[in-house]
Design a protein around this ligand. Structure first.
Ligand code: GDP
Ligand code: MG
Length: 177
């Protein structure tokens, strides 16, 4: 019963958004359970997973919400965004369209979320570098223009996944504490 009695100092809700099949669920599986599955099923029903970690000697529970196959424009409801202090906007770096849609997702997010929400742009599937359709510079430029953090990740190879979540959680902590 390792952390049964653990005192939680903060609970941070983070939402994952972006087109279907960009790897949102696998990023979450990698971060929360260090798992990856090639045949990941479309998520059914709104779900979240938690992971507890220590930042600056405080116990922080990250509650990370994953969309439920509602990735069509405007299908994600306001309940999903409610109370979120962080958001990860995920695209697939091998699918240009998923990056072009980031503008819409950002608009949706800004329409629903708290104005102080910390947002990170994630270019996932960096292991498929030879199929890259989104240059790093394009994403950097977009992130800079919109004041977003930015990172390229691979849920498959576990590259930058932990770093991305730690970065957003630390930034949220910095703002809130
Ligand atoms: P979601 O719809 O955004 O939740 O996407 P999923 O997490 O279900 O992933 C969609 C597909 O992409 C699945 O076949 C995953 O195995 C695959 N996938 C997810 N992340 C990666 C990655 O980092 N690299 C590669 N090569 N495939 C990935
Ligand atoms: Mg999913």
């Amino acid at each position: 019963y390792g952390d049964y009695n653990q005192k939680i100092d903060y609970v941070f809700k983070i939402v994952l958004i972006g087109d279907s099949a960009v790897g949102k669920s696998q990023l979450l599986a990698r971060f929360a359970r260090n798992e990856f599955s090639v045949e990941s099923k479309a998520t059914i029903g709104v779900e979240f997973q938690t992971k507890t970690l220590v930042i600056d000697n405080k116990t922080v529970k990250a509650q990370i919400w994953d969309t439920a196959g509602q990735e069509r424009y405007r299908a994600v409801t306001s309940a999903y965004y409610r109370g979120a202090v962080g958001a990860m906007l995920v695209y697939d770096m091998t699918k240009r369209q998923s990056f072009d849609h980031m503008t819409r997702w950002l608009e949706e997010l800004r329409g629903h979320a708290d104005k102080n929400i910390v947002i990170m742009l994630i270019g996932n599937k960096s292991d498929l570098g030879s199929l890259r359709a989104v240059p790093t510079e394009d994403a950097e430029e977009f992130a800079q223009r919109e004041s977003l953090f930015f990172m390229e990740t691979s849920a498959l190879e576990a590259t930058n996944v932990e770093t991305a979540f730690l970065t957003i959680l630390t930034e949220i902590y910095r703002i809130i504490s």
